[in-house]
Design a protein around this ligand. Structure first.
Ligand code: PEP
Ligand code: MN
Length: 294
């Protein structure tokens, strides 16, 4: 790769998260590592709907190789008439699933006042696309004592995403995982456009781990395995995938959720692609100079 000098000005000012040497952040949660060459799969329903739904999903995704269970208890719904999530009851269900399967838990936080209670139940605090620029929330997450999964705003540039990460880091929390989940473009065949180039760009200009959410990018389940393969071959550090025992009856995002068999097949099909990782004779990432424009 020829040095891309404009990236210095674009990204190097976010000095807590910009890559300026060979150091890469590895987010460690018990025995689970995100970053450092691993491919950590986070899977589960869009929303926590019932204990049965979550436990059945958790057992199946753990068996298939996921290490983290996802599930929203506080849901950011575009429509006020959509299911809004079970709140604290949902968090208790996620905790039970952790006790029964050993999976770590990632769940979304939308408001600064919910950070304390969600941090009691979650292993990773998810910031959704609609909250990437909720600066009060980002500041509160700086002191939450848990890693943060920061999703890219649906109309945010990568520099804006790193700016949000910088706020979390500046407020005391260096454990941040970046997530590309698709952006708004003129294309309507998919729910969002997966910006696959975001992965190598972010991994070049930042030391933070980068994962891909193929579900919210695709919007339809048949595309999810192909986008997951793409993520694997561009050296993403993992996936965030929606899985439901019966997607047809899901209270949110059923269209893009895999059923349990489809998830297992996707995981099996990823293996040869994961085996290829690290074999490419890539040029080394260019190091940024600290400082530059704000
Ligand atoms: C989700 O993960 O269910 C979600 C709401 O994602 P996003 O914030 O990317 O839309
Ligand atoms: Mn969802």
């Amino acid at each position: 790769m020829t040095p891309v000098s404009q990236w210095n000005g674009q990204f190097s000012c976010y000095d807590r998260v910009a890559r300026t040497d060979d150091f890469s952040t590895v987010v460690q949660i018990g025995d689970v590592e995100i970053g450092g060459g691993n491919f950590a799969v986070m899977a589960g329903p869009c929303a926590v709907e019932s204990e049965r739904q979550v436990l059945e999903t958790a057992e199946a995704v753990a068996e298939a190789g996921a290490v983290i269970l996802r599930g929203g208890a506080y849901k950011p719904r575009s429509s006020p008439y959509s299911f809004q999530g079970l709140g604290i009851e949902g968090l208790k269900i996620l905790r039970k699933a952790r006790e029964e399967t050993g999976l770590k838990i990632v769940t979304e936080v939308m408001a600064p006042e919910d950070v304390g209670v969600i941090a009691e139940y979650a292993d990773i605090m998810q910031v959704g696309t609609r909250s990437m620029e909720n600066y009060a929330l980002l500041v509160a997450l700086g002191g939450c004592g848990r890693p943060v999964l920061l999703k890219r705003g649906m109309t945010a540039t990568l520099a804006e995403m790193l700016q949000s990460a910088q706020i979390i880091a500046l407020n005391g929390n260096p454990d941040i995982i970046l997530c590309e989940r698709g952006i708004r473009t003129f294309e309507t065949a998919t729910r969002n456009t997966l910006d696959i180039a975001a992965v190598p760009v972010l991994k070049t200009v930042s030391h933070l781990p980068v994962i891909v959410d193929p579900s919210h990018a695709a919007g339809v389940r048949c595309l999810v395995p192909a986008l997951a393969r793409a993520a694997a071959v561009v050296d993403a550090d993992g996936l965030l995938v929606e899985v439901h025992p019966c997607p047809e009856r899901a209270l949110s995002d059923g269209n893009q959720s895999l059923n349990l068999d489809e998830f297992r097949d996707m995981m099996d099909d990823l293996q040869p692609y994961l085996a290829l990782r690290g074999e490419a004779r890539c040029l080394r990432p260019q190091l940024l100079r600290v400082g530059g424009m704000h």
